[in-house]
Design a protein around this ligand. Structure first.
Ligand SMILES: NC(=O)c1ccc[n+]([C@@H]2O[C@H](COP(=O)([O-])OP(=O)(O)OC[C@H]3O[C@@H](n4cnc5c(N)ncnc54)[C@H](OP(=O)(O)O)[C@@H]3O)[C@@H](O)[C@H]2O)c1
Length: 246
């Protein structure tokens, strides 16, 4: 009996020790890999999408082509403009004077500077404010050999004759052979939110004023043969974009 109990105990100890021994344990599975960064996950998902199903491949090539086209539309004109050189308006149109509306800031101001660099005097038409005074003074200081005339008017006025009288008077003794209808501004927000008077003022400034000014100068230009007229303001550009006569 004692020997049986002893044998049983020895067997239990042997099994227990064997199970508890470190070499009897199975190797622990390796820890899971750390989750990839969110950006990588996105790229991986995008690539999978791009190469996985036909429409996504199409989208991939579409996006890539659009990107390349955008880049080309910026680079090609830049290269061509540099190869071709600048357009010498003074020589080409025998221009002595130009009229730029909205000349006190932005595109109009840069246009005025570019014209002055070509040796062309400028009539600057814009709102009668400090900006117009400062821009005109800057041009006078920078180009002392040229003339600059500031005409402060509100081109959004519903009665165009008010500003046309001032513009005509300021340019009566000179031949303006280059006209840039640039004055204008965008209205933001919902159409119905703005009072109708604001919309009308916008149309007057962006379109009606350009029509009146163009009509005035083109009649003077035709009388002396050479001219160019450019309209940049969005609304009027639709039907008065570039008018050239030589
Ligand atoms: N920038 C663009 O991405 C873009 C795109 C398409 C078309 N455009 C058009 O290009 C033209 C110039 O743009 P910009 O970015 O150079 O604009 P900007 O910097 O705001 O210059 C507009 C000019 O117009 C003058 N102006 C505004 N309201 C006037 C008013 N009631 N009477 C007289 N002058 C007035 C301004 O005079 P003050 O400075 O004294 O206000 C300023 O000299 C605008 O007609 C605009 O619609 C611009």
């Amino acid at each position: 009996m004692a020997s049986r109990a002893f044998a049983f105990l020895s067997a239990a100890c042997t099994v227990g020790l064997t199970l508890a021994a470190p070499w009897s344990k199975k190797a622990a599975p390796p820890p899971p890999p750390p989750p990839p960064a969110a950006a990588l996950e996105l790229v991986a998902a995008a690539l999978e999408l791009a190469w996985g199903v036909p429409w996504s491949r199409f989208a991939f090539y579409g996006c890539a082509s659009f990107g390349l086209l955008s880049l080309a539309s910026y680079l090609v004109p830049l290269v061509l403009a540099n190869l071709r050189g600048y357009n010498d308006l003074k020589r080409r149109y025998r221009a002595e004077w130009a009229c730029v509306t909205g000349a006190s800031s932005g595109i109009g101001k840069e246009l005025s500077i570019a014209l002055a660099k070509q040796g062309i005097s400028v009539v600057l038409v814009a709102l009668d404010d400090d900006l117009l005074k400062a821009t005109t003074a800057g041009l006078v200081a920078q180009f002392p050999d040229l003339q600059f005339r500031a005409v402060g008017v509100n081109l959004a006025a519903s009665d165009g004759s008010i500003y046309m009288k001032k513009i005509a008077k300021a340019t009566a003794d000179v031949h303006v052979s280059l006209l840039f209808n640039n004055a204008g501004y965008m209205m933001t927000g919902f159409f119905h939110d703005a009072p109708v008077e604001k919309h009308l003022a916008n149309v007057h400034c962006n379109a009606i004023s350009a029509l009146l000014i163009t009509h005035h100068f083109l009649n003077k230009m035709y009388a002396v043969y050479l001219s160019i007229c450019l309209s940049l303001s969005l609304s009027i550009s639709i039907y008065l974009s570039i008018y050239r006569y030589r």
